[in-house]
Design a protein around this ligand. Structure first.
Ligand code: FAD
Length: 420
């Protein structure tokens, strides 16, 4: 088997992998990116709608245009990219990591590296994940697969469709299917509020008179070879009102019911996973529980905006370079999600340095307040105009915010974040 030596191996050449690889390379380390598709860009390549890059590039780009800017930077750097290659396995001996990449062209390659960055994204939840009853005809797609079929492969997955889930992916696909000539009969949402951005509700549903059924679920799928119709059941206080169910005739059902970080490989090598994010537990440097192994982007926690993926991954690349330069920080303490917080990333903070946090809330509220405390003493607060579970919140705690008098050697020094 061919063996290659690099300082860092990045798994995945999406927006996270490219941003992280560039930062490591800028610091003079040798970097390899392994990407299983035949081009870099990841999920961006199929997102041909606008809405990318407003924060990072200060301009509104399509997904492929955003990806192209990074692909150009990677191609003019010293980074070595291995396309059409899938990372299959990994092992460690001392400080060295051995990563096995498989490709039809080269066969198996063993990469011998000092650091690994997981940037391999997430996958879609499917029919099995939400337990939708009914027959198993063709015509049931995840929304991301349908997006790929329409935008990249040139197929239209159905003529009359219903979409489950009103997050941004479901909404964007409602508009996309309408634009390619399909009739989108309904968007069904289990929650009593839409999961996506208000601008997407207006531009993707209201502008095309597509009905949105809030507090509704799909009760049954009918059809033998192909989907013929679905039953929709209203919910009252979360309880199914079966006597009020109704039927919609359709030939396809697109499921936009969430994304899950792809963490099988991380778990296989014993990296601890945060059950709230399904991504690895990471410290302030975005390093997993294993020395020299980092994670960023959608494999760490599912992001809504690519700009945040880029920002987080650039920091991850810098931290991996810091690690190789011998800069590690032992003064790290636990962070805990408090009232109304679903998850908080990272899982550790350092009281003596800047810390950047990402979180999701469990509630919908106008005029909320985010409060951070250490050892029960409030150190930071921030007013938030509107919060909802589908919108990620980020904030920074700058160096010296946590005063020396708060940190104590005999306490846990836990940092708690809550929203009221
Ligand atoms: C449908 C959709 C619409 C979106 N719309 C917007 C929007 O309008 N605006 C916005 O800002 N953001 C949007 N986003 C969010 C944003 O684009 C993504 O969060 C971001 O691009 C994810 O980047 P990533 O690198 O973490 O993951 P990905 O882009 O998924 O990249 C992961 C890469 O890893 C590769 N990989 C996986 N496993 C392996 C392996 N074992 N070996 C080798 N390679 C592997 C994959 O092939 C992939 O290329 C959207 C996301 C989706 C899914």
């Amino acid at each position: 088997m061919k063996e290659l030596k690099f300082d860092t191996l990045v798994i995945g050449g999406g927006s996270a992998g490219m941003a992280a690889a560039l930062e490591v390379s800028k610091r003079g380390f040798s970097v390899a990116v392994v990407e299983r598709e035949n081009s870099m860009g990841g999920i961006l390549n199929q997102c041909i709608h606008n809405g990318f890059g407003l924060h990072h590039f200060n301009e509104e780009l399509s997904g492929p245009a955003y990806a192209e800017k990074f692909i150009d930077m990677v191609e003019s750097s010293n980074i070595k990219v291995f396309l059409d290659m899938t990372v299959m396995d990994m092992e460690e001996t001392g400080d060295m990591k051995y990563v096995y990449g498989m490709s039809g062209k080269t066969g198996m390659i063993k990469f011998c590296v000092k650091t690994v960055i997981f940037a391999n994204g997430c996958r879609e939840r499917n029919r099995g994940s939400i337990g939708t009853p009914g027959t198993r005809p063709s015509g049931v797609f995840t929304a991301g697969l349908a997006q790929r079929l329409v935008n990249m492969e040139g197929y239209i997955p159905g003529k009359e469709c219903v979409i489950v889930g009103s997050g941004d992916i479901g909404l964007i696909m409602a508009r996309r299917m309408t634009w390619v000539g399909a009739k989108v009969k309904a968007v069904i949402e289990i929650q009593p509020y839409p999961a996506g951005l208000t601008r997407n509700i207006v531009q993707c549903l209201n502008d095309f008179n597509i009905p949105l059924y809030l507090s509704h679920v799909v009760g049954d799928i009918h059809g033998k070879d192909r989907v013929e119709s679905i039953d929709v059941i209203p919910l009252k206080n979360g309880v199914e009102q079966k006597d009020k169910s109704f039927n919609i005739i359709c030939d396809s059902l697109l499921l936009a019911v969430g994304l899950v970080p792809d963490n099988e490989l991380a778990q296989k090598i014993g990296i601890s996973i945060n059950p709230e994010t399904n991504g690895p537990i990471v410290d302030r440097q975005l390093m997993t529980g294993k020395n020299g192994i980092f994670a960023c982007g959608n494999v760490l926690h599912v992001h809504d905006l690519v700009d945040f993926v880029t920002e987080e991954s650039e920091r991850c690349g810098k931290y991996a370079a810091d690690y190789m330069d011998g800069k590690t920080f032992s003064d790290q303490y636990r962070t805990v999600p408090g009232q109304n917080i679903k998850y908080l990333v990272p899982n550790f903070y350092s009281p003596h340095r800047d810390n950047k946090f990402y979180l999701r809330t469990m509630i919908v509220k106008n005029r909320a307040e985010l409060i951070v405390s250490v050892n029960g003493k409030e150190i930071f607060s921030k007013k938030l105009k509107h919060i909802q579970p589908s919108e990620m919140i980020s904030f920074s705690i700058l160096e010296d915010t946590v005063g020396a008098e708060i940190i104590s050697e005999c306490r846990n020094n836990t940092l708690e974040v809550k929203i009221v």
